[in-house]
Design a protein around this ligand. Structure first.
Ligand code: PXP
Length: 240
């Protein structure tokens, strides 16, 4: 499995003092030197971490694949069409949430989802919808032209090591297979860490894992390069 590193929380730390440190572009270069598959950033409506100038600067870097997470709004569509990131992951967004809570309701806004998938796809941008492991949501995505979904692994992560783990894991695995039967490629992310990530290898043909918080948290103690390398090894299923 490929690793996409979500660097939002480097920006969270930077913005805490309103200055320029830690520098986002240094983080991107370190991730690049570790040969991660993507740099993932969520440009939120309130710009609480990543800012427009950050995504623009990342996009300018050669040989860096930018995966832009964004809400399904007109503002974000215009930004994505201008920026032309390699990939866009469409996520739900609520102002008050601490992080992305739950997947996008594609069923409830299918026409809009179709429009976004088509408009972005026509520009050569790889579109995915960030959804819960729910077969009804997957069926809705199959009616759009999006080639990818990203499965929300939050419930699996929260129940990891408890009696409910087996159930949430089976839900994820079943959802991935269900999507693949439609020809949809499957990424996954949210709440994955150095302990719970290994079970992702039990899900067939997952393409990419997008992981942020646990990597940045570990980087505080061991440095970003080491933290990324360790996670990359776990994604590639080599022993650390
Ligand atoms: N994938 C998506 C679509 C997300 O919104 C997030 C959180 O921003 C992640 C992956 C990464 O989650 P975490 O920071 O918990 O690893």
């Amino acid at each position: 499995m490929l690793l996409g590193v979500n660097i939002d929380h480097i920006a969270t730390l930077r913005n805490a003092r309103g200055g320029v440190e830690p520098d986002i572009m240094t983080a991107v270069r370190i991730c690049k030197s570790c040969e991660v598959a993507s740099i993932t950033t969520h440009l939120r409506e309130d710009r609480r971490h990543i800012k427009d100038a950050d995504v623009e600067a990342i996009r300018m870097l050669p040989r860096v694949r930018l995966n832009l997470e964004m809400a399904m709004t007109d503002e974000m569509l215009n930004i994505a069409l201008k920026l032309k990131p390699h990939a866009v992951c469409i996520v739900p967004e609520k102002r008050q949430e601490l992080t992305t809570e739950g997947g996008l309701d594609v069923i409830g806004q299918l026409d809009r989802a179709k429009l976004f998938a088509q408009t972005l796809g026509e520009k050569g941008i790889e579109v995915s919808f960030f959804i819960d492991p729910d077969i009804h949501q997957i069926s809705a995505v199959s009616k759009t032209s999006a080639p990818f979904i990203e499965l929300h692994t939050g419930k699996y992560a929260n129940t990891f090591g408890t009696d409910e783990e087996a159930q949430s894991f089976e839900l994820l695995k079943g959802a991935a297979i269900f999507a693949q039967n439609f020809g949809i490629k499957v990424n996954a992310g949210h709440g994955l860490n150095y302990n719970n990530v290994s079970r992702m290898h039990e899900i067939p043909d997952l393409v990419e894992l997008n992981i942020g918080h646990s990597i940045i948290a570990r980087a505080v103690f061991v440095g970003l390069e080491q933290a990324v390398k360790e996670m990359k090894i776990l994604c590639e299923r080599k022993k650390v």
